[in-house]
Design a protein around this ligand. Structure first.
Ligand SMILES: [Zn+2]
Length: 410
């Protein structure tokens, strides 16, 4: 059996001499085999890009196996001679298979095991676990299914209507490009992708039915890793307020949709630097966007010049800001102090209330969204690069909310 993995070799003699290992895991193959003529004489051979001939370790000289972190796909094999510790990282299921086989070799329970003689073992380029797969035609799909070792997967232009659920099994995946298909929804479980940094969904049909299932956006894993989200060309009529949950998001592409408004929670995306919303139907921006530290924003081809008829300033007095329910006042404190909250601590309705909170032009939380006023802002005063239609003045209508009479009168 061969295991595709990453290995760091620690020479214990060096650690005794206080020479520290370089801490680098090298892409490797571990092969478990037996001597051709001698029964019950098993070996592990370690091949890597820097060691193509391989180093042979006798299973009999195995001193200790550290298997506490097997579920995380990690183990350490300590050999007596040579005095090496092989620190192994691999896909958890494959690693467990390998370890089960190794255990059988150690205990001698190998009656039903197929172990190749050592002479037939070799490592060719073909054996190396693929980390990248590009599929441009349906016949490109591997017969055995998508390799679990994939780190980047590109499936483009196939008119796929359904999200392939086997993608959910690719725990190493960091880049997923499904652009130019006809996908309408992502399953909620997609939010559990643990390593996905870049997601390209441009030119699909996500918004085509109007009622989009955005539950995957709430997954605790994806919210803490996703850096790039491309939803251009999806006929989206709106974005969920929960978009701010993507707490690592740097790039958000929303071009060529049917958006009239952006979520008022946008300002809570503190890591966002690149935002493109060209070719939509946006008439005004939420004031919370002014809290984002954007390097680049593309606003071209929208409808800022369409004056919204129902957007006349609402008549009210500063007193309106003083009166708030207890829930309003408490919520403001929770948000301002950034207290942790979750559905297992407070009622779900309160969680939603807090999640949907808006922002004042000063950045403070606003939970009562009924008072707002449209003001013109020069976005170039706020962001480094602002892309506009060249024939247009560069100010934009911003829908402003207020946390207090002070901000209202500013
Ligand atoms: Zn304020």
């Amino acid at each position: 059996m061969k295991l595709q993995c990453q290995v760091e070799i620690v020479n214990r003699l060096h650690s005794n001499l206080n020479i520290r290992s370089n801490g680098k895991y090298i892409k490797s193959t571990l092969a478990l085999g037996k001597e051709p003529k001698r029964e019950a004489d098993y070996f592990i051979i370690h091949f890597s890009s820097v060691n193509k001939t391989g180093t042979k370790y006798s299973v009999k000289r195995l001193k200790q196996v550290f298997s506490k972190c097997l579920n995380e796909g990690k183990t350490t094999l300590r050999f007596e001679e040579p005095p090496h510790d092989l620190c192994v990282k691999s896909e958890a299921i494959q690693l467990k298979c390998f370890m089960r086989l190794l255990k059988s070799c150690i205990t001698g329970d190998v009656k039903n095991l197929q172990i190749a003689p050592l002479t037939s073992l070799s490592v060719t380029q073909k054996d190396n676990a693929p980390t990248k797969l590009v599929i441009r035609d349906r016949s490109d799909f591997p017969i055995k299914g998508l390799p679990r070792t994939l780190e980047s997967l590109y499936i483009n232009g196939l008119k796929l209507c359904n999200f392939r659920r086997d993608i959910l099994l690719l725990k190493q995946l960091t880049i997923l490009d499904l652009s130019n298909n006809a996908i309408e929804k992502l399953p909620a479980e997609f939010g559990r992708m643990p390593n996905l940094c870049e997601l390209y969904l441009s030119n699909n049909q996500i918004g085509v039915r109007g009622d989009v299932d955005w539950r995957w956006l709430l997954g605790p894993q994806i919210t803490s890793v996703l850096k790039l989200l491309d939803l251009s060309g999806n006929k989206l009529g709106h974005l969920p307020q929960s978009i701010w949950k993507l707490q690592k998001l740097v790039t958000l592409k929303l071009d060529n949709n049917m958006l009239e408004k952006l979520p008022t929670t946008l300002g809570r995306l503190s890591t966002l630097r690149y935002l493109t919303i060209s070719q939509n139907e946006i008439t005004s921006l939420p004031c919370s966007i002014l809290q984002c530290r954007l390097e680049y924003i593309d606003l071209s081809e929208n409808k800022y010049d369409v004056k919204e008829t129902n957007m006349a300033p609402i008549q009210h007095t500063p007193w309106d800001f003083y009166i708030g329910s207890l829930v309003d006042i408490a919520s403001k404190v929770v948000l301002k102090q950034k207290f942790f909250y979750a559905p297992n601590i407070i009622p779900r309705t309160l969680v939603e209330f807090l999640d949907n909170a808006n922002m004042c032009i000063c950045g403070a939380p606003v939970v009562n969204n009924s008072y707002y006023m449209n003001k013109e802002f020069e976005l170039k005063d706020f962001f480094r690069v602002v892309v506009f239609n060249s024939n247009r003045k560069s100010t934009v209508t911003v829908q402003c909310y207020f946390c207090s009479p002070k901000c209202f009168n500013r």
